[in-house]
Design a protein around this ligand. Structure first.
Ligand SMILES: Cc1ncc(COP(=O)(O)O)c(C=O)c1O
Length: 423
């Protein structure tokens, strides 16, 4: 295939290098020191080299200080959650007080819906995408049931136009307008997990507000992938995980955002626990709950200190590189992969379902292919190319700008050309 020369991929990488030396890149076993070309960072990001040292530091503090580690040592655990907030705020485009790392994603969706989904007899619907991640579908349906509602009427699912994979902002806005007066909550994925589509968060948030609804966002596939300005966009609340593009490890503590206009409202109902209580009175062991101002007031339990350690190591890397530089490389890298895939799909039975405009996507490109699961297995076994599969027919490639290389993209395109059936 002369449309893509190996030397071109290598030259691009030399001119626009990744930070892959700061990650553990899994080996491709049996291939003489070769490594996987890893595209599944939208599922589980690779391990930053700093993660192990960060965990070891906490283990050492536990060994040396035991319970005194909460208040003593180089990094007292009492402030472990707060220490992460400035970096998280930079990723989310938020004020420090608007963000916190806690729990896991679906738990945070529930905690925030406990506050922000307050259905009434007239205004009770929750609008989600038809292609919402299953956990989000389960969460909203169970919230409706929790309020004595029938999910079949309470949950509205937005579908793309016939023959299209992605949603159009104008259609989302029109549907919200059609449902004016009935919608309590709009909960959409900032970047859709399946198609990789980046929604216009600012416009859709404004449209939700215009019809009197709350705008919540699942940013699992957006955080660390695309620049966010949650504060400025007026998003009411958001939740995300850190194990995808933020590379904080399997089951890492998740993130939550509550806009400043709500964050100091102590009257908001919430599922409270002592860690959301004002630290000044928390240890008085009194029964009354005084919420901490800000997103931290939605914390429930003792922080998961050991699990925060790799998140801290990873966030240091994001701070060092900065989202603008990362996004710029991401656009170049994904654009390169797209140009190669265009050659492949012209000759092979496959279709790119991710929007083609760079401002309508993050780094992920999704392909609709025949026999997706078998294809992904062969990509890995025969070419050392790791992508993932979403049933029934989608393979997803996410070149993560921190550690993916142009050479990885070149390997992926060659492997697909080799394995996909001819048209
Ligand atoms: C968009 C989206 N929402 C929710 C989840 C569920 O996350 P968790 O299992 O951490 O609750 C995922 C997991 O991949 C996801 O991609």
């Amino acid at each position: 295939m002369d449309a893509f020369a190996e030397s071109d991929a290598l030259a691009r990488e030399a001119a626009d290098p990744s930070r892959r030396a700061e990650f553990l890149i899994p080996p491709w076993p049996g291939h003489d020191g070769a490594q996987w070309a890893y595209f599944a960072g939208n599922s589980l990001g690779l391990q930053p080299r700093g993660a192990a040292a960060a965990i070891d530091e906490e283990l050492a503090a536990w060994g040396e200080l035991a319970v005194e580690g909460w208040f003593e040592g180089a990094r007292p655990w009492i402030s472990s959650a707060d220490d992460l907030r400035p970096s998280l705020a930079r990723l989310a485009g938020a004020e420090v007080e608007e963000v916190v790392a806690m729990n896991t994603l679906t738990v945070n969706l529930h905690l925030l819906m406990a506050t922000f989904y307050r259905p009434t007899a007239e205004r009770f619907r929750i609008v989600i995408e038809d292609a919402a991640f299953p956990s989000d579908s389960h969460a909203v349906a169970s919230q409706a049931v929790h309020h004595g509602l029938d999910p079949a009427s309470a949950v509205v699912r937005l579908r793309p136009r016939v023959g299209e994979a992605a949603l159009r902002t104008q259609d989302v806005v029109a549907e919200l307008e059609r449902l004016r007066g009935e919608v309590a909550l709009v909960l959409l994925g900032g970047v859709n997990y399946l198609t990789g589509e980046l929604l216009e968060i600012r416009e859709i948030t404004a449209a939700a507000h215009d019809i009197g609804a709350v705008a919540g966002w699942d940013l699992a596939h957006a955080i660390g992938n695309v620049p966010l300005r949650l504060s400025e966009w007026g998003v009411d609340w958001a939740a995300w995980c850190h194990y995808k593009y933020v590379n904080a490890g399997p089951g890492a503590p998740a993130g939550a955002f509550v806009h400043a206009r709500h964050a100091r409202d102590a009257s908001l109902p919430r599922l409270a626990g002592w860690w959301g209580n004002d630290p000044a009175t928390r240890f008085r062991m009194e029964p009354g709950f005084v919420p901490r101002p800000g997103a931290a007031g939605w914390q429930v339990s003792t922080p998961t200190v050991l699990a925060y350690a790799p998140l801290r190591a990873s966030l240091e890397l994001f701070d060092a590189v900065g989202m603008p530089a990362l996004r710029a490389r991401s656009i170049r890298l994904t654009g390169y992969l797209e140009s190669l895939l265009d050659v492949v799909v012209a000759e092979r039975g496959a279709r790119v379902i991710t929007p083609r405009e760079e401002e309508r996507r993050g780094c992920q490109l999704s392909l609709a292919v025949p026999r997706a699961r078998a294809l992904a297995a062969r990509l890995r076994a025969e070419h050392g190319v790791v992508c993932d599969v979403r049933e029934p027919d989608v393979v997803r490639f996410a070149p993560s700008p921190l550690y993916s290389s142009y050479y990885d993209c070149w390997r992926a395109a060659n492997a697909l050309h080799d394995l996909l059936p001819a048209r």
